[in-house]
Design a binder for this molecule. Structure first.
Ligand code: FE
Length: 381
């Protein structure tokens, strides 16, 4: 595939994959959309397992909307509200036991990436006997229970992906399960649920969505279908930058951010992620830095390195952002993301080794070796 941008021409060469776009999730967006989807929820069966974290599903009103619809339909439900940030393997096996004991016909996930990803693993484990060592194999012959996902943040895009990312203590990182059966059947998007989010949570998740759009464009599987979605998602982020910097957001801002996040989810469902996500997992696993925050610390530095290798492609991304050079993104994210983790030299070397050994790196259009990975980490810190 040949990219032509601003007079700069770059070939993706032999490593170009065929073009593909796949999105089996039905997406509905609107104010009070959950209350309007009574018949759709009724069609999934007699009993739901509702999967949430401890607080946000209740605080934003989404749980009350879901339970009201289920009660109206005469459907039973059990609540599994034990999902922590960066969910563990133990947590999803516990959730799957609950789904089996409760004889749930389907799963409703409410929350950010953690509850939505955990719900996917739970829906799959409810139907498959999978040993812990095979959890990330992608081999789940009996599929998953039907799933309805209701995002309450604007970042992960999990409501439209086939990925579930869990804390993997054996690998000292976060690891992704990937299988088509993990695509939710339905995603219900109501921006009103975002309005009570703490600002930092909103910001970090929005930056995660930006990293999905940008990284998606810098993978070998990127193609005109995924690029079109990525362009729009990145433009929406850029449009919302003044609102994010001022911390004053109106309903339409939340709607655009939620749309940006779901579009970026559709991008990575088709392209995957690469260098930034791989590197960010170390900050999250070892330093408890929120996922989007971790990506945001690394994204500008990564783009500055990528700019030297594939300037036309980076120009295309920067144009969507209304920027001319990659360092402008580094500075912009630096203003938004003030906190940084403290990392010793020894720790940094461990992160460099982990990232350079990751398979995800090979999914990227930008070639990075240990020296470049070290440089990105140093710039980020
Ligand atoms: Fe992400």
């Amino acid at each position: 595939m040949r990219q032509e941008n601003n007079g700069m021409r770059e070939s993706k060469g032999k490593e170009c994959f065929g073009m593909q776009y796949y999105m089996p999730t039905k997406v509905k967006m609107g104010t009070r959309i959950v209350r309007e989807e009574t018949a759709r929820l009724a069609s999934f069966g007699k009993k739901a397992l509702v999967v949430t974290g401890r607080h946000s599903a209740k605080a934003c009103g989404a749980l009350a909307d879901v339970t009201a619809v289920l009660e109206e339909n005469g459907q039973e439900y059990a609540l599994f509200d034990e999902v922590m940030n960066n969910p563990t393997i133990d947590c999803v096996y516990r959730g799957a036991s609950a789904a089996r004991e409760e004889q749930a016909d389907f799963v409703i996930a409410i929350g950010g990436g953690s509850p939505m990803d955990a719900a996917k693993a739970i829906a799959m484990l409810a139907k498959n006997e999978v040993a812990r060592e095979d959890l990330f194999s992608g081999n789940y012959p009996d599929g998953a229970l039907p799933m309805v996902h209701i995002p309450t943040t604007a970042g992960t895009g999990s409501e439209v992906t086939q990925y579930a990312i869990l804390t993997n203590d054996a690998g000292q990182t976060k690891t992704s399960m990937a299988a088509d059966c993990l695509f939710p059947d339905v995603a219900l998007l109501d921006a009103a649920y975002l309005e009570k989010l703490p600002f930092e949570t909103l910001l970090y998740t929005v930056v995660d969505a930006l990293s999905h759009g940008v990284e998606g464009m810098l993978t070998k599987k990127a193609n005109p279908f995924s690029d079109t979605l990525a362009h729009e998602s990145i433009r929406l982020f850029a449009r919302e930058l003044p609102a994010l910097e001022s911390r004053v957001l109106l309903r339409e801002d939340y709607e655009r951010l939620l749309r940006a996040s779901t579009l970026a989810g559709m991008v990575i469902a088709n392209t995957g992620t690469s260098v930034v996500h791989t590197m960010g997992y170390s900050f999250t696993y070892f330093k408890n830095v929120a996922h989007g925050h971790a990506n945001g610390l690394l994204l500008g530095a990564f783009l500055e390195i990528a700019e030297k290798q594939i300037p036309g492609r980076i120009h295309e991304i920067l144009t969507c952002l209304g920027m001319k050079e990659a360092h402008e993104l580094t500075e912009c994210l630096g203003r938004l993301l003030v906190k940084k983790p403290e990392v010793s030299e020894e720790e940094l070397e461990l992160y460099v080794k982990q990232a350079s050994g990751s398979k995800k790196i090979r999914n990227g259009l930008v070639s990075v070796d240990e020296t470049k990975i070290r440089k990105i980490f140093r710039t980020a810190l």
